[in-house]
Design a protein around this ligand. Structure first.
Ligand code: GLN
Length: 226
């Protein structure tokens, strides 16, 4: 029935993996973080209600493709491979893959990783980089934090992971450091189903509005201190 004045808003379903602070993480029962706040602000611009679905990182693209979710927002890097399966909005952040090692490690940069045991989060760009390193043994974890615990316990030599979550994880783990020398820059964007140009364009407009108004910077500043 269309009676009543509380018109029900359409839902925008966001797929994410809430193991990636400060972009998405659990706070009590809620998923919070930069992506959650940006998606909420985008949904508001679109007159929609945001609903967040937490899942494994490597299920997000499938969820978007199958229509289980409308968008994927998960600190997701735009890559050639992913572009074969989903479309991406304009970028909203840049990031680099960094290396985490024990404080006393002899590893000083990407070139020292050859032949080493490297931990990554399954299906991430860190996984891709590690996979390319000569003679490296790649250990794939479901959560980035599990890889960080493994390097702390001496089970692996290094972790390759996005810079901002690296800072969060190392802050809470003793005896670890992030190397200054990192991999190349990447861009984060929101994934939409291939060919869903209408949603993509609407999100791009919303992102532009949020950039212009300073709201985007405000969200980032709430979670990352300069
Ligand atoms: N930026 C990385 C990627 O897209 C990691 C994202 C994540 O772990 N949430 O693969």
């Amino acid at each position: 029935s269309d009676s009543g004045d509380s018109a029900k808003k359409e839902t925008l379903i966001m797929a994410t993996n809430a193991e990636f602070p400060p972009y998405e993480f659990h706070e009590g029962d809620e998923v919070v973080g930069i992506d959650a706040d940006i998606a909420a602000a985008v949904a508001e611009e679109l007159g929609m209600e945001l609903k967040i679905e937490d899942m494994a990182f490597d299920s997000i693209i499938t969820a978007v493709n199958s229509g289980k979710a409308d968008i994927g927002a998960a600190g997701m890097t735009v890559t050639e491979d992913r572009l074969e399966n989903v479309d991406f909005t304009d970028t909203y952040a840049t990031a680099t893959q960094v290396i985490i090692v024990k404080e006393d490690s002899a590893i000083t940069g990407p070139d020292d990783l050859a032949g080493k045991k490297i931990g990554v989060q399954l299906g991430t760009t860190g996984d891709l980089y590690a996979d390319d390193i000569e003679d490296a043994e790649v250990e794939r974890y479901n959560k980035g934090f599990e890889a960080v615990q493994a390097v702390q316990q001496g089970k692996i030599d290094a972790v390759v992971i996005d810079g901002e979550p690296a800072k969060e994880f190392v802050k809470d783990a003793e005896g670890l450091k992030i190397l200054d020398e990192a991999f190349t820059e990447e861009e984060y964007a929101i994934a939409v189903k291939k060919g869903n140009d209408e949603l993509k364009e609407n999100i791009n407009k919303a992102l532009a509005t949020l950039k212009d108004s300073g709201k985007l910077d405000e969200i980032v500043a709430k979670y990352i201190s300069a």
